[in-house]
Design a protein around this ligand. Sequence first.
Ligand SMILES: N[C@@H](CCC(=O)N[C@@H](CS)C(=O)NCC(=O)O)C(=O)O
Length: 218
Amino acid sequence: MSLKLYFSPGACSFVPHSMLQLAGVDYEPVMVKLHKGEQHSEAYKALNPRGQVPVLVDNGQVITQILAIILHLDQKFPEVQFLPTGTVARTKAIEILAWMNNTVHPTFTHIFMPQKFSDDLAVQAALKTFNTQTYKGLLSELEGMARNAQTESGWLSGKHIGPLDAYALTLTRWGSIAGIDPTSYTALWAHIEKVAADAAVAKVIERERLQLNLYKPD
Ligand SMILES: N[C@@H](CCC(=O)N[C@@H](CS)C(=O)NCC(=O)O)C(=O)O
């Protein structure tokens, strides 16, 4: 079995990176330095023409898109139970993953990379301001989910720590980059600290050299 994950420190690739580490399997992590533009290199574009991480290469099969990679790893390592096994519970978990991926994640992209959406500097500044407010509301939704998890299984992904928990950590950390104090979301922050304390996730945090909270008060 050969598994290779192309990741960038602190990017959304943290989710499959954590899953591979949680699965306890052999894999090769390959770092792509997005800030240096390595995703635009000819070699990387040959792998993923969209120039994005994550990319999982499983026995030569190239898989892109977080959701596809998560579902692939869930099916490949069923013993880990990354997602709930009951039909409805699994569907509801995928519903949240889809929301994280198609709503929360791109809202942050509007804050972090507004140049992707307009080349007008004034529009870029407006996009940042507007989407930062939107992001606060989305973190409040995550806060509600974390609060429910406290009284239920303890994890957003079901009975075990999994991709929803790793994605929540990434999105909350991104909020701190956007100037939002993550500790003001008390249940979410407590959850993130619990996720970060997991030995496998801690290993990924160490490899990616991540600081969980980058919020700097004015
Ligand atoms: N829809 C893609 C989004 C992936 C994505 O946004 N990746 C970002 C990092 S979080 C990236 O590689 N950005 C580099 C760039 O756009 O230049 C997925 O779900 O995998």
